[in-house]
Design a protein. Structure first.
Lengths: 114, 113
């Protein structure tokens, strides 16, 4: 069984440009998370979906970040426009359900904004 | 939201010795307590977890202990090996399930040969 798949693995863009990340969770996993991980820090939750509903987006900078999870499966995270401080690894994770189950992470997308 | 602290931030031990990492949390409704391991350049992976109705759980050289009264849980690694070198994150699940995983800042474990 395939794990969580993310693309692209790496992305370099100039500031003020838009960028999008894609995530395909493990089949059957209802819960999907987007995390941002800065160098030397723990993952910080950006948004959590239960099926297609965003149930926690309190940490998502909504002026420039947006996310969607169509049909409760794949998800995309978009930044427009990107800023230098957005450089980080963006991790997608999925779990069977939110309550007390293992979260499986994708390999992440390393974003560099120059 | 959940306030999570890990100690120490860096831990260096001799190969074969034991390592203990402690995680404190603030939400008394937290009910699921996992530990994740992240090797350099790789994704975080679950290594052990415990639920609030259990005080201790072991899996070979790894164990987790939970003190709900004091709101902390600890990762114990015995007979450490070079492949144990990594960053370890606790991620208590807060809000009685209403919230997601809140990760600590991580502990960099270094195994000295």
């Amino acid at each position: 069984e395939a794990g969580v798949v993310q693309s692209p693995r790496y992305k370099i863009i100039e500031k003020k440009q838009p960028v999008a990340f894609w995530c395909n969770p493990i089949s059957g996993h209802n819960t999907l998370y987007w995390y941002r991980q800065n160098l030397g820090q723990g993952p910080e939750l950006l948004i959590r979906y239960e099926n297609e509903e965003a149930v926690d987006d309190s940490q998502l900078p909504k002026d420039r970040f947006s996310a969607e999870r169509l049909k409760g499966v794949d998800s995309t995270l978009k930044i427009q426009p990107a800023e230098l401080g957005d450089s980080a690894v963006y991790l997608c994770a999925s779990s069977l359900e939110n309550i007390g189950t293992e979260a499986f992470f994708g390999q992440g997308t390393r974003l560099t904004v120059v | 939201g959940e306030n999570v602290e890990q100690h120490p931030s860096t831990l260096s031990v001799q190969e074969g010795d034991s390592a203990v990492i402690k995680c404190t949390y603030s939400d008394s409704a937290s009910n699921y307590f996992p530990w994740y391991k992240q090797e350099l350049g790789k994704r975080p992976q679950l290594i052990i977890d415990i639920r609030s109705n259990v005080g201790e759980k072991k899996d070979q050289r790894i164990a987790v202990t939970l003190n709900k009264t004091a709101k902390h849980f600890s990762l114990h690694i015995t007979e450490t090996q070079p492949e144990d070198s990594a960053v370890y994150f606790c991620a208590p699940h807060s809000g009685g399930g209403a919230d997601g995983l809140t990760f600590g800042k991580g502990t960099h474990l270094i195994i000295q040969p």
